[in-house]
Design a protein around this ligand. Structure first.
Ligand code: 5AD
Ligand code: FES
Length: 349
């Protein structure tokens, strides 16, 4: 606990470099030099939730809402498959109406059929009922990402409306694990009211929940959200926020050597080399956006999101080059299952 806190509070540049090095070494010794690619498809920005930080929240009436057609989603998945990505992430705003549940079920089944189940499918579609999670799992989804956003319940309540429930999110994470998904979670770093102790507890939460995958990144204000302009105590500059985000990656890697940790796009919003620096601090996953540029500009969870005008192919080429700069190797045609998950499955059998 003190060790994690010391890492997060470290201010000496040499010491920080040393910590990043140590985290990358641990990653290499546990998981090798591979970095995995996940093609991210932002299939819809229609959302029934109203989180105070998020640009596509229901109350933001200036967002042009879209839902990709079934064949568009499937062709994005096939692009990823043919390019040699081991997996895709289907992400969207949260909806739980029957039409949406069926669309996802059908899309998952069809992608599995077309790829002979050679492409891991990760869903990132928010809180759903146990039944829905089970149906999507039965259709062939392998992994699920649901960020806890913060493990501090009272902070959670400050950044969400009263009808968004912390315990419900915990129940969802528990249900996903029970069903047999590889489960990912994550938090935002640099939220209003957040403290260093909260971040330390976030890492302990990841450990306690025995999570398999992690996606966390800096909180970036969006002008059309209620959290815009709120005082932030934990960092005093964007540079500091960026460094703290990297320290969170490094500290988590040191505590949890065998999970998959993503270098998220939000890191790149703060620094043009953000994702590479994430890899150099112990991350082992990059999620290139493979959504069509027609939709990207409408999926702004936060402003200054990078790559919104790029084509999927450009993002792919750029990511490969960027990973090579870190001295790591892009693992093509590899599903990149989380070692933590593989070990858990082994213990069960
Ligand atoms: N800044 C950074 N991350 C954000 N997210 C939503 N809004 C923001 C923001 N303003 C993240 C949340 C959510 C994920 C899909 O995007 O953590 O779970
Ligand atoms: Fe909850 Fe977008 S409205 S994360």
């Amino acid at each position: 606990m003190d060790h994690i806190k010391n890492i997060l509070l470290e201010s000496d540049a040499n010491q920080i470099r040393h910590i990043f090095h140590q985290a990358k070494d641990i990653k290499q010794n546990t998981l090798g030099h591979d970095v995995y690619l996940r093609g991210l498809v932002e299939l819809s920005n229609i959302c029934t939730k109203d989180c105070y930080y998020c640009g596509i929240r229901r109350s933001n009436t200036s967002v042009k809402r879209y839902l990709m057609a079934e064949d568009e989603i499937i062709s994005s998945a096939m692009f990823a498959f043919e390019k040699g990505f081991g997996s895709i992430v289907l992400q969207s705003g949260e909806r739980s109406d029957t039409k949406f549940l069926h669309l996802i079920e059908t899309v998952v089944e069809k992608i599995n059929y077309l790829t002979s189940r050679q492409l891991r499918i990760t869903l990132s579609l928010g809180e759903q009922s146990k039944d829905t999670y089970q149906r999507w799992f039965d259709a062939g989804a392998d992994r699920y990402l649901l960020r806890i956003e913060t493990s501090n319940e009272s902070l959670y309540n400050k950044i969400h409306p009263a009808n968004h429930c912390y315990n419900e999110r915990i129940n969802c994470l528990t249900a996903l694990k029970m069903i047999g998904y590889q489960v990912g979670t994550g938090v935002m770093i640099g939220l209003p009211y957040q403290t260093i102790n909260d971040l330390v507890n976030d890492i302990l939460f990841f450990k306690e929940m025995d999570i398999d995958m992690l996606g966390m990144g800096p909180f970036i204000e969006h002008s059309q959200t209620p959290l815009f302009g709120q005082p932030i105590d934990i960092v005093n500059s964007r540079l500091h926020l960026f460094e703290l985000s990297l320290k969170m990656i490094a500290a988590t890697r040191i505590v949890l050597p065998n999970i998959n940790i993503a270098a998220t796009t939000a890191l790149q919003a703060l620094d043009p080399l953000g994702r590479e620096k994430g890899i150099n601090a112990g991350a082992n996953v990059i999620m290139p956006n493979i959504s069509s540029p027609i939709y990207r500009k409408d999926y702004l969870l936060y402003e200054e999101k990078p790559c919104i005008n790029d084509l999927a192919d450009d993002c792919f080429d750029c990511v490969i080059k960027r990973i090579e700069l870190t001295g790591e190797k892009v693992a093509m045609f590899s599903n990149g299952d989380s070692l933590n998950f593989v070990n858990r499955q082994r213990r069960k059998t």
